[in-house]
Design a protein around this ligand. Structure first.
Ligand code: SF4
Length: 176
């Protein structure tokens, strides 16, 4: 009986994934396009939420600056398990057009490995939607999130918290 209940909750979760509403770069404009009437992503059950505490996955929308990185990692750390990472845009892969900037993080996959990555600068809404459907599949199959077994995000977050203990006191309710 309990297994059937858990199966039901797993099914419901996979069919209505919530994403923490976190926008770091200009790829986020394509996410806005997905919300509009043309693509209407809510018909697939996707829903942005303003708190990491209820989110199934986090979206890295392209560029991540060095200043924003600790907040991104702290937000991910506050999500319940299993917590997945969805990344879009070449900036989230290797810095993209900002590959030689000293203020941009150019190795996000090494720090917080995405479970789904959609390439492009920016990727089209159609490509992002494909990636989101893949994310639904990953949630349905209850695969282990890549960032739980790989990535240096825990060490980096620890160092950041040692440098700035106030970071841990921030209520990171993001988006709006
Ligand atoms: S990949 Fe292109 S569109 Fe996306 S954040 Fe980087 S510069 Fe902006």
């Amino acid at each position: 009986m309990l297994t059937k209940f858990l199966d039901f909750f797993g099914w419901a979760r996979a069919n209505s994934p919530w994403m923490v509403h976190y926008c770091s770069g200009c790829c986020s404009l394509e996410i806005l396009a997905l919300m509009g009437p043309r693509f209407d992503w809510e018909r697939y059950g996707f829903m942005p939420v303003p708190s990491p505490r209820q989110a199934d996955f986090i979206v890295i929308t392209g560029l991540v600056s060095r200043k924003v990185l600790p907040v991104l990692l702290m937000t991910y750390d506050q999500m319940p398990k299993p917590r997945y990472v969805f990344a879009i845009g070449s900036c989230a892969f290797d810095g993209g057009p900002y590959y030689d900037s000293t203020s941009v993080v150019t190795n996000i996959p090494e720090i917080l490995p995405p479970d789904v990555f959609v390439a492009g600068c920016p990727p089209t809404p159609e490509a992002i939607l494909e990636g989101l459907l893949e994310m639904k599949k990953i949630i349905r199959e209850k695969r282990e999130a890549k960032a739980e077994k790989e990535g240096t995000w825990r060490e980096i977050l620890k160092q950041e918290l040692e440098k700035n203990p106030l970071l841990a006191k921030q209520p990171f309710f993001v988006g709006g």
